[in-house]
Ligand binder design. Structure first.
Ligand code: HEM
Length: 424
């Protein structure tokens, strides 16, 4: 739908409806809270069904089923409490799933299609966390910061929501496409300054602050500094772009949620199976991420070792990537050249290379194909010219582009980018 210069798509409408519904919950009476939440969810579900957005349909069905189950299972507990607790559990579940999708799509090839839905699950986690926090702040604390921040566990819960809010906002396509690297750095820095100010302001309210809380907060700030765009690791990990740099803060959000739930409620509970499920999820998330890191390191070392024959041309080094005839026309193939991954394509008999990572959402360019003279990312159909790596006329997208030469039937790629992106 287009209104003047503004394009309104399904995602924007759905998010707007969800946000209006969540933020008006505190002004409704207990009975209306339930009607409002279930009606909004049902409406969004029907809309997603109409638009054939199957993943969103599933997510909404899980949400509705969980709320209905909780209400029926705990008829004695006050409705608002049931709702805020169910939203909390759903938020935690979706946050765990979001974090698991990344590493598991690396380990199991059949899971790759799920990678592109990570954002949907992440934003759903945020919406559930917002529902929980809105109800908690209004129902338990009447929006009084002194009352809310009296306990350290609430402080950790709100840290998590703070980060999740920024991640949800910046996972929007429009922002990721339009915001320039400099502005990501500015945003990152402002958020860090804002968080430090937030700690300084609310720490005075916390009555049960212990030394380990302060140590954890210190670790958060150090981590934030390390992943900031102007920090040394960023200079080493050159391929990490703006929004991804910001989204690394998910680890602080996750650690905060774990502390929030354990110290706030779970450690006082008698239900052993619940504690086991909680820590099992945590172990799975941490284990998967450590394994994912080791997996990437192994791949890197393997690629480094595999660097073979080279060719010197015009002062540049070209690395052998096999027989030129073996590359299919119109389709991509991922190769390793001196420890560097490149997506190789053949168009009208000519070979060229591109970055394996789509600048839009990190999609697997090598799994794409050529459409009308443009390499098309399989995830969201972002296109890049076969001659320069630039987007179609009118679009400012570009992807690092690499030259490939042929000699005696063998193909060689130079890993210094030459296209319009100008990146290495
Ligand atoms: C401003 C942000 C937040 C505030 C003020 C807050 C506050 C609270 C409070 C007061 C409780 C105890 C509820 C009770 O015993 O009835 C609680 C529990 C909980 N919170 Fe939060 N929270 C926040 C953010 C989050 C976030 C972001 C998550 C997850 C992503 C989360 C997950 C949970 C869970 C799972 C529980 C335990 C629910 C249960 O007892 O069944 N919270 N929170």
């Amino acid at each position: 739908m287009r209104i003047g210069p503004l394009t309104i798509d399904r995602v924007k409408i759905s998010l707007l409806v969800a946000l209006v519904c969540i933020t008006t919950l505190p002004i409704l009476s207990e009975q209306w809270i339930w009607y409002s939440l279930l009606c909004c969810s049902a409406l969004l579900g029907i809309y997603a069904l109409w638009k054939k957005a199957w993943v969103d349909v599933w997510l909404i069905m899980i949400i509705i089923a969980s709320f209905v189950f909780a209400r029926v299972r705990f008829p004695e507990t006050e409705g608002t409490v049931v709702m805020l607790r169910t939203a909390a559990i759903l938020a935690t579940f979706f946050l765990n799933v979001t974090l698991l999708i990344g590493p598991w799509t690396r380990f199991v090839k059949r899971m790759r299609p799920f990678y592109k839905y990570r954002r949907h699950v992440g934003v759903t986690a945020f919406l559930m966390a917002l529902t929980h926090a809105t109800l908690v702040l209004s129902y338990y604390f009447e929006f009084s910061p002194e009352a809310a921040y009296a306990s350290a566990f609430v402080f950790f819960g709100s840290t998590s929501l703070f980060i999740m809010t920024w991640m949800a906002l910046t996972s929007w396509d429009y922002v990721q496409k339009k915001v320039k690297p400099l502005w990501w750095s500015v945003l990152h820095t402002l958020l860090l300054a804002g968080y430090i100010g937030y700690i300084a302001m609310f720490m005075n309210y916390v009555l049960d602050l212990e030394t380990w809380h302060k140590v954890v907060l210190g670790i958060f700030v150090v981590f934030w500094l390390l992943v900031s765009p102007w920090a040394l690791p960023k200079k080493i990990l050159r391929r990490v772009n703006g929004w991804k740099q910001l989204h690394v803060l998910i680890y602080i959000a996750y650690a905060s949620v774990i502390i929030h739930i354990w110290t706030g409620t779970l450690k006082f509970e008698d239900i052993l199976w619940l504690k086991i499920v909680f820590w099992a999820f945590f172990a799975l998330v941490v284990g998967s991420h450590v394994s994912g890191l080791l997996f990437m390191l192994r791949q890197f070392v393997k690629r480094k070792k595999a660097s073979g024959e080279t060719l010197q041309l015009n002062g540049k080094t070209y690395y052998n990537i096999g027989s030129a005839a073996e590359f299919p026309d119109g389709k991509g193939r991922r190769v390793d050249a001196n420890g560097f991954s490149v997506a190789i394509f053949k168009h009208n008999g000519k070979l060229f290379g591109m970055s394996t990572i789509c600048p839009h959402q990190g999609g697997p360019i090598a799994e794409g194909c050529i459409v009308n003279g443009y390499v098309e990312c399989p995830w969201h159909r972002y296109q890049f010219s076969v001659d320069t790596g630039s987007g179609p006329p009118g679009f400012k997208d570009c992807i690092p582009y690499y030259e490939v030469v042929e000699q005696n039937g063998a193909a060689y790629v130079c890993v210094e980018s030459t296209g319009s992106c100008g990146l290495k």
